[in-house]
Design a protein around this ligand. Structure first.
Ligand code: SOE
Length: 387
């Protein structure tokens, strides 16, 4: 295998990020196969053509089903809203295509179960599926996992994870697809809470088994969208009902015994993209904040009295995960690098014939946590088994 020809379905914000990943990864990492940006798919012909020209996709199509019959497509990358993930992913896996699917895996637990079953069946044929929890690939996060899962902070006792944004504080922000349950599945909980859940499980190596929480739609009606689609749409005439949460708070218990507390909010005034996690152990702690993403704060409980405190490690050295492929030591990375790391890891796993992570089974587990938080909220915050 020398090339992997990719078809990407969708071309919004995540389409731009994934394009960057596919384009740049083979230029910085020595990959066992070179991803080729073969086909970009979207319903609006004009917009797809200009996106393809801008990002460097060779061909375009207006029908994702075209990829199923094409022998020259090896990978299907799904960056559409959640309402089409299951249909596309299951069909692509059945057609023998490796699949990378944006998070959250699906809009419902039932869809995610069907996707995970299709992925398990495909893996037995050497066809692999991965879900795009990209923040696992931020070097400081990967380093946090190395430290925590190798016992570097002792027994894990407490996890505090939050993902805070403020783009919905403005009551005039329009009713984009991310605010409609039929397209997005859920709101802050599924869109950004899913990242906090995944990171907490990735860094600790443990899984949530029970949750208790509350979700809330703070602004219940918004102006209809006139143009644009994502986070920066323009409001038009008339109003519509917001059918997803914009604020979610919950607690959770891990299978290893630790307790976690979570906030997922699009109402955190002043917080732009603050994905924060702190893990406290019996002998130390780690803390990460995406708004300061080149740093990991580490507390060593074994340091002598009077010399203890969180140490800020700049995760910019060749010894750190992913970093050596980029710039000379000490030079920073940004949001987009995670997508190159994701492309690299996916290509390497396919070439080696091993299951890439996070798998669809991992995505299904996150989906179950999301579903359990919603059920808990309906029961006034009762503890609810993830299942
Ligand atoms: C919007 O809230 C969003 O783009 C999410 O959809 C992404 O997953 C997250 O990485 C940044 O915020």
């Amino acid at each position: 295998m020398t090339t992997l020809r990719v078809a990407m379905i969708g071309y919004g914000f995540m389409g731009a990020a994934h394009s960057q990943g596919w384009r740049v990864a083979p230029r910085f990492f020595d990959l066992p196969a070179t991803p080729e940006m073969a086909l970009l798919v979207g319903r609006n012909g004009g917009s797809v053509a200009s996106a393809a020209a801008k990002w460097g996709w060779s061909e375009t199509s207006s029908d994702w089903r075209e990829v199923l019959d094409r022998d020259d497509i090896d990978v299907v990358d799904i960056v559409t809203p959640g309402d089409s993930h299951a249909e596309i992913a299951i069909a692509a896996l059945a057609a023998g295509k490796h699949v990378l699917c944006e998070k959250p895996l699906a809009n419902t637990v039932e869809e995610a179960e069907a996707m995970a079953a299709a992925a398990a069946e495909a893996a037995a044929r050497g066809v692999y599926a991965m879900v795009g929890f990209t923040y696992r690939r931020v070097p400081a996060v990967a380093l946090a996992r190395e430290i925590v899962t190798s016992g570097g902070i002792g027994d894990i006792r407490q996890v505090r994870a939050e993902y805070l944004q403020d783009w919905l504080v403005d009551e005039k922000a329009p009713l984009a697809w991310r605010l409609q349950k039929e397209h997005a599945g859920s709101g802050a909980l599924g869109d950004i809470g899913a990242h906090a859940i995944d990171l907490s499980q990735f860094i600790t190596g443990q899984r949530l088994v029970d949750v208790a929480g509350t979700i809330e739609t703070v602004v219940k009606e918004r102006p209809l969208l006139e143009s644009g689609s994502g986070l920066s749409g323009t409001a038009g005439v008339g109003v519509g009902t917001v059918t997803v949460d914009d604020l979610a708070l919950f607690t959770g218990r891990f299978d290893g015994g630790a307790l976690g507390s979570y906030v997922a909010s699009r109402m955190s005034t002043g917080r732009k993209n603050a994905l924060r996690i702190e893990v406290s152990g019996s002998n130390g702690a780690i803390a990460f904040d995406l708004e300061d993403m080149n740093a990991l704060h580490v507390y060593d409980g074994a340091a002598p009295a009077g010399r203890q405190g969180f140490t800020k490690i700049l995760v910019t050295e060749p010894e750190h995960p992913y970093v050596g492929a980029w710039w000379p030591a000490g030079h920073m990375l940004g949001y987009e690098h995670g997508f190159s790391h994701q492309a690299k890891d996916f290509v390497e796993a396919i070439a080696a014939g091993v299951q890439p992570e996070p798998s669809f089974a991992d995505g299904l587990h996150v989906q179950r946590v999301l579903g359990a938080v919603e059920r808990s909220s309906e029961e006034r915050g009762a503890w609810t088994n993830v299942g």
